[in-house]
Design a protein around this ligand. Structure first.
Ligand code: EPU
Length: 437
């Protein structure tokens, strides 16, 4: 059985939506629970397929994981600290599982983690993770498709900048690797993403000594022992940005609750240029109003605090219906434009060259079947459906399930006409021939 979203466009959004916890904070924080024996409690965890997969990986690494016995609560009880191997079958399903490397190495002195392959976003190497871990005194090598790291880090100086900026999960891995041990580690050009600051706060609450979490220089004094902790995951800024984009595409007047406006300044800047009115009602609540056709504006994705690559495809949906043309430049993942042919199926006018697209806004999109190519692109496609005439079917929504909690229910509560439909895929010609034979 497969699932798809069926969307009927044309209804402006109205009402309130609540933001879930951040996927990209939750996954490395779940992995970081490996750093202490006993039960670590994470609150405000989103119920997503990626979270379930990370739980499975942690179970192979000696943990008992209780998922959502209470809403938003995940308890990771580290019982057996002997396993050090994260197998290919699981790691190949989700790149973020590579985040177990640092915690395993730091706590257990050894880690064998399958090397992630490429994905629909492009090549996605792990050289910065490996370079960082080697720079703090561990032995690390590639062997038969695995990254094998041995020997507790002793500290050192690390420069984590790459051609595309710092690595987010690379910073998480090196920071987790460095927390237990004898020496001092200084990481320069560390990722400044709020998810890294959330992870640093978690590690400090376990007894680590990290200063500079959320800035480009992290200073880590290794400690002998860490203890389990209890901490809340920050709100998902990408989910919040996606709902802002939804109000831009479909028009309307919505209130977004339990978000963190302070981490979305680059998005607000673009909204102001596009004529999408975003106002803060209080510290965790936004109102987003869009009565008229948005204006086109250029977008460049950058590391935080720049405009996030994870919002490139949702905001490209806004540009597809905006007044004028815009240049969208992808500086993090030059190949993250797999959604462009799918958007075109609905009538979008997009020209692509290398890592840049020129989007000319159209006055009319027409519903059509189209497929999610990655999780953010899937969400963007749903947004396209909200503006399109007639019915849009969004296929391959398992991508969306990886990163958006009850996406269709949240949109439906805002008045969108969207439902999730289970279906048996049409038989292929080859199957029919085989059956007939
Ligand atoms: N890079 C290297 N070498 C490395 C690591 C990365 O060259 O060793 C390059 C990448 O190829 C890319 C850039 O550096 O061009 C940034 O990649 P980064 O390592 O920062 O990405 P990531 O840590 O693997 C996280 C998020 C992604 C998000 C990116 C960029 C998690 C679990 N994933 O990935 O989220 O797009 O940072 O902000 O935190 C998503 O949620 O849809 C998603 C893909």
């Amino acid at each position: 059985m497969f699932s798809k979203y069926v969307v009927h466009g044309g209804t402006p959004l109205r009402g309130n939506v609540t933001i879930s916890g951040s996927k990209n904070a939750a996954l490395p924080m779940m992995a970081a629970a490996l750093l202490a024996k006993g039960p670590t409690v994470l609150r405000n965890v989103p119920d997503l397929s990626d979270v379930h997969l990370m739980a499975e990986i942690l179970e192979t690494l000696g943990c008992r994981v209780a998922l959502f016995d209470e809403p938003g609560v995940v308890v990771i009880d580290v019982m057996d600290e002997s396993p050090v191997v994260a197998p290919y079958e699981l790691v190949s399903e989700m790149r973020a599982s590579f985040c177990v490397l640092g915690p395993l190495l730091s706590r257990r002195g050894e880690a064998h983690v399958s090397q992630p392959g490429g994905c629909t976003l492009g090549e996605r190497p792990v050289d910065l993770h490996v370079k960082g871990i080697a720079a703090i005194g561990s032995e690390v090598r590639f062997e038969r498709g695995n990254v094998i790291a041995k020997g507790r880090p002793t500290g050192g100086r690390v420069y984590l900048g790459g051609a595309m900026g710092p690595s987010v999960t690379g910073t998480a891995n090196v920071m987790c690797a460095a927390v237990m041990g004898s020496g001092v580690t200084i990481i320069d050009q560390a990722a400044c993403e709020p998810e890294i600051a959330n992870l640093a706060a978690m590690l400090n609450s376990m007894g680590a000594q990290i200063s500079g979490g959320g800035t480009s220089r992290l200073v880590i004094n290794g400690v002998k022992e860490l203890h389990p902790t209890e901490i809340a995951i920050i709100p998902d800024r990408i989910e919040c940005g996606t709902f802002i984009a939804a109000a831009g595409v479909a028009r309307g007047d919505i209130v977004i609750e339990r978000c963190d406006p302070d981490v979305l300044l680059a998005v607000f800047d673009k909204c102001a240029e596009m004529g999408i009115d975003v106002s803060r009602l209080d510290e965790t609540t936004l109102r987003v109003k869009c009565d008229n056709r948005p204006r086109a504006t250029d977008l460049v994705t950058l590391p935080y605090p720049g405009f996030p690559t994870d919002l490139q495809s949702p905001f490209m949906s806004v540009l597809c219906v905006a007044d004028g043309f815009a240049i969208v430049e992808e500086k993090i993942y030059p190949e993250r434009f797999m959604h462009v042919p799918e958007y075109r199926r609905l009538g979008a006018d997009i020209r692509k060259q290398f890592a840049t697209c020129i989007v000319s806004g159209v006055t009319r999109l027409q519903g059509a079947p189209a497929a999610s190519t990655d999780l953010r692109a899937g969400a963007g496609l749903v947004l396209m459906g909200l503006a399109a005439e007639g019915e849009t079917q969004v296929l391959k929504i398992q991508h969306i399930d990886r990163g958006y909690e009850i996406f269709h229910e949240k949109l439906a509560a805002l008045g969108a006409t969207i439902k999730r439909v289970e279906f048996v895929p049409a038989r292929r010609a080859e199957d029919r021939r085989r059956e007939a034979a």
